[in-house]
Design a binder for this molecule. Structure first.
Ligand code: HEM
Length: 167
């Protein structure tokens, strides 16, 4: 029992820290992609779920279970968005291809830079008008697997709070 409490306290800190990171990283895309609000709203709720899990009140523990189930699903949904629908090329950064991309970018850097400078004014006008054409296509995609950490932590919470017979 003591171990369960300790686990829930560690998970509480984990969700709180993950919330701070997710809030920061999603802050630039909340307007364009409202689904990115999900981790910002859900992660603090999952931290609260850990506190509910510490309680002896059955209603609070059931609420914690429900929130952990929702969190597990949200992590999978997040992975879907982070990988643009589980596209194989989004996982390429895990194969060490980012370095290759950077090498190529360095080789072509000057050419690209010149071209960008020429078009900078036009692109910033596009951005102001919200056409999206000014988006930098060389930008890194979101990290593919980070949302799965939400699923992992919630499953751990679920196992901890789930009523199980001793022995
Ligand atoms: C519940 C899970 C999550 C959902 C539903 C979610 C949703 C999204 C969405 C919709 C995007 C935009 C994807 C795109 O532009 O193609 C995004 C980007 C991103 N997410 Fe998440 N996310 C989740 C969890 C996380 C977590 C836990 C982190 C890290 C702490 C994270 C870090 C990022 C980063 C760095 C980006 C790229 C932001 C940018 O391009 O400015 N996400 N996420």
């Amino acid at each position: 029992m003591r171990k369960d409490k300790f686990t829930l306290i560690i998970l509480f800190v984990g969700f709180a820290v993950l919330f701070l990171e997710a809030r920061y990283y999603h802050s630039g895309i909340l307007d364009k992609k409202p689904v990115a609000w999900v981790p910002t709203v859900l992660l603090p709720l999952l931290a609260v779920a850990c506190l509910f899990g510490l309680s002896k009140a059955s209603a609070l523990r059931k609420t914690a279970i429900a929130l952990f189930v929702i969190g597990a699903a949200a992590g999978l949904v997040g992975t879907y968005f982070h990988t643009d629908g589980f596209k194989a090329e989004r996982f390429s950064m895990l194969m060490g291809k980012k370095q290759e991309k950077e090498d190529r970018a360095q080789q072509n850097g000057r050419e690209d830079q010149d071209r960008r400078s020429e078009n900078q004014e036009r692109h910033s006008e596009d951005r102001d008008q919200g056409t999206g054409e000014g988006e930098n296509k060389d930008e890194d995609p979101p990290p593919p697997l980070v949302a799965l950490s939400v699923t992992g932590l919630t499953l751990l919470g679920l196992v901890t709070v789930w009523p199980m017979k001793q022995g």
